[in-house]
Design a protein around this ligand. Structure first.
Ligand code: DQA
Length: 147
């Protein structure tokens, strides 16, 4: 089973960035938790972080060559990137959307994710645990589909 984990813009600042909202674990600590789950489930995991929309689109397109599924926190692009949505839709891989914060309890512009309609499901508001819950969900879905 092969999974691509994508972190979008500003997530490289985790740990220092608004810890009251996003928590105190940095990106490497979150990646370590997800890696652990991948190892326990004998899944291969590749991790990408980028602040630019084009690089995220490229990573999604590239995943079509090798991955079985995608875990993605698109950051602020969640709310307006039709390019990322179209890329996910085009590759057609099962994907799960992740948010550390509860986007529905925050500013109005965060309530809409243009990504949500093209993913299997979304996990939001559980802090770093959003990633591990989403990873467990994606692994379960892929297993069910024989990966
Ligand atoms: C986020 C929520 C987004 O609204 C925000 O722009 C982020 C992080 C989250 O993980 O809670 O960068 O995706």
């Amino acid at each position: 089973m092969k999974i691509l984990l994508i972190h979008g813009p500003n997530l490289n600042l985790l740990g220092k960035r608004e810890p009251g909202i996003y928590g105190s674990k940095d990106l490497e600590e979150i990646n370590a938790q997800v890696r652990l789950l991948a190892e326990e489930n004998e899944a291969e995991l590749k991790i990408v972080q980028s602040n630019s929309e084009g690089a995220l689109v490229d990573a999604i397109q590239d995943a079509a060559r090798w991955a079985d599924g995608i875990l993605i926190n698109p950051g602020a692009y969640s709310h307006y990137s039709y390019a990322i949505r179209d890329a996910l839709s085009a590759v057609g891989l099962p994907a799960v959307e992740v948010h550390l914060s509860n986007i529905f309890a925050r500013e109005e512009f965060r309530h809409l994710s243009v990504i949500s309609p093209v993913v299997e499901g979304t996990v939001a508001g559980l802090g770093w645990r959003s990633y591990t819950c989403a990873m467990e969900g994606l692994i379960g879905i892929l297993r069910e589909r024989g990966k």
